[in-house]
Design a protein around this ligand. Structure first.
Ligand code: GLN
Length: 469
């Protein structure tokens, strides 16, 4: 723990950690030590990790990358934080992210951007940018992230690490600062898919404090009678099932994922990875997900709508930032929000409030819900009749330069094209590194391969990824 803390301080230029506290970390390290001595250690005991600042933590501040919560300390731990602590993980602190997880580059953090460890002039992706950067820089072995529209998979791809967004409902959202509640899902990032197995095993499971927690997770009933997925078991069973576990696996490759906007070099790396899977015994099937392009308008109506509702709790009264000078209650709320929220968050609240308002609801929100259904149906048609998993790119390009899209806030939104639909459908998706392509500064930057599976098929996804890695 001491070595990790020193290493983090030596890499403070990455601006990845928002809050470290030596004493808290050392206490957790002693607890892990006690577990080892007592013979109660798990696969994760003593493993150095760190949490995206969207998970609330007792002790460390929980800011969600926002000035609004700059001094906020939670009276309880998020379920995910609690589970990893009980397994013996040692937390090194809280990780920078786009404000309230809104963004794809970490540039929308109120505390400045995190740098990509491969090229300090490039973004690490987002919104879980620092969660990916700290694993890439080997400051921790694993980290937590959240993925509403790609925020685990895209930074994992841009930093060359592995990350998984599980099926909606697999991991408890209790204690996760909300963005778009019907899309938000927590997931781990680590150096390899094999490491993700143990992380996800620990993080997942039914939680009665999350109303959308999935009781139908595949797996054995646990002691309390609740169903708990066992990814290690599923992953090992898949790997052991035949001599070559990839033999006969049908990989669906969506035509819509290889069209306009995809960088040639990125396409070549993804194509090479799919060829590698074929060489290992899998079969390629060309599929169509015809409504893919509609995922951008659908998501950027639904996510801001939910965000505008979720963020209404920051009113300057209950908690968070309160303006120092105001005339009356309405003025206090207005000034507190104007000062506390950054530009991107304000933009989303405006869009969200607009699409939910009387007279516009039917035209925007309701229509977007219909698109969401069509997008989910596309995946089901493919996964039920044509293929076992779907593969394609995670992002259309490698990490952009910091500040590159400053003039056009919607340019980043368009780059979410390959990840948003997975959240809209609630499916599991992961990103694994599949090579490098030249970045704008000339340095090579990582490329990610996305693997999408059917509901609750995380065990197999992780095992498939492990065959490649
Ligand atoms: N880039 C997307 C957005 O800005 C996704 C972010 C996320 O998954 N949290 O909303």
């Amino acid at each position: 723990a001491q070595e990790s803390l020193a290493n983090i301080k030596a890499h403070s230029h990455l601006n990845a950690f928002l809050h470290i506290d030596d004493q808290l970390t050392l206490t957790q390290a002693r607890m892990a030590d006690d577990m080892i001595r007592a013979g109660t250690a798990t696969a994760l005991t003593g493993i150095p990790i760190a949490h995206k600042d969207v998970f609330v933590t007792q002790g460390w501040r929980s800011t969600a990358g926002s000035k609004m919560l700059a001094q906020y300390k939670s009276p309880f731990d998020a379920t995910v934080v609690d589970k990893l602590l009980k397994a013996g993980c040692v937390s090194l602190g809280k990780l920078n992210c786009d404000e309230f997880a809104m963004g794809s580059s970490n540039e929308h953090s109120a505390f400045g951007p995190t740098l990509n460890p491969w090229d300090h002039t490039a973004v690490p992706g987002g919104s879980s940018g620092a969660s990916a950067a700290v694993v890439a820089a080997r400051l921790v072995l694993a980290s937590t992230g959240t993925d509403t529209g790609g925020s685990v998979r895209q930074p994992a791809a841009l930093c060359g690490v592995s990350g998984i967004k599980p099926t909606y409902g697999c991991v408890s959202r209790y204690g996760m600062i909300a963005y778009g509640s019907s899309l938000d899902q927590a997931g781990p990032l680590a150096a390899s898919s094999n490491d993700l197995v143990d992380m996800l095993d620990c993080m997942s499971g039914f939680d009665e404090r999350d109303a959308t927690s999935a009781v139908s997770c595949r797996g054995e009933p646990n002691a309390s009678g609740r169903i708990k997925a066992d990814y290690r078991k599923a992953s090992n069973a898949f790997a052991a099932s035949t001599v070559n576990p990839l033999q006969g696996l049908r990989i669906g490759v969506p035509r819509e994922y290889f069209g306009e906007g995809l960088d040639n070099e990125v396409a070549a790396r993804v194509e090479a990875a799919i060829c590698q899977f074929e060489a290992l015994g899998a079969t390629r099937v060309s599929i169509s997900l015809p409504n893919t392009r509609l995922s951008i308008p659908a998501y950027y109506v639904l996510a801001p709508a939910e965000a505008s509702s979720n963020l209404s709790r920051y009113d300057g009264v209950r908690y968070g930032h309160r303006s120092e000078s105001y005339t009356d209650l309405a003025d206090m709320t207005s000034k507190s929000r104007t000062e506390g929220f950054g530009a991107e968050v304000q933009r989303r609240i405006l869009v969200g409030t607009y699409v939910l308002s009387h007279g516009y609801y039917d035209a925007y929100y309701l229509q977007a819900q219909r698109l969401r259904r069509l997008i989910a149906q596309d995946f089901q048609t493919a996964l039920k009749t044509q293929c076992d998993v779907i593969m394609g790119p995670v992002a259309p390009t490698v990490a952009k330069q910091i500040g590159a899209n400053q003039e056009d806030p919607t340019a980043d939104w368009l780059a979410d094209i390959y990840t948003l639909s997975v959240n809209l459908a609630g499916l599991p998706g992961m990103s694994i590194p599949c090579g490098f392509a030249p970045g704008a500064s000339g340095k090579p930057l990582p490329v990610g391969l996305q693997i999408i599976g059917d509901y609750f098929d995380e065990g197999r996804l992780l095992a498939i990824a492990h065959q490649y890695q």
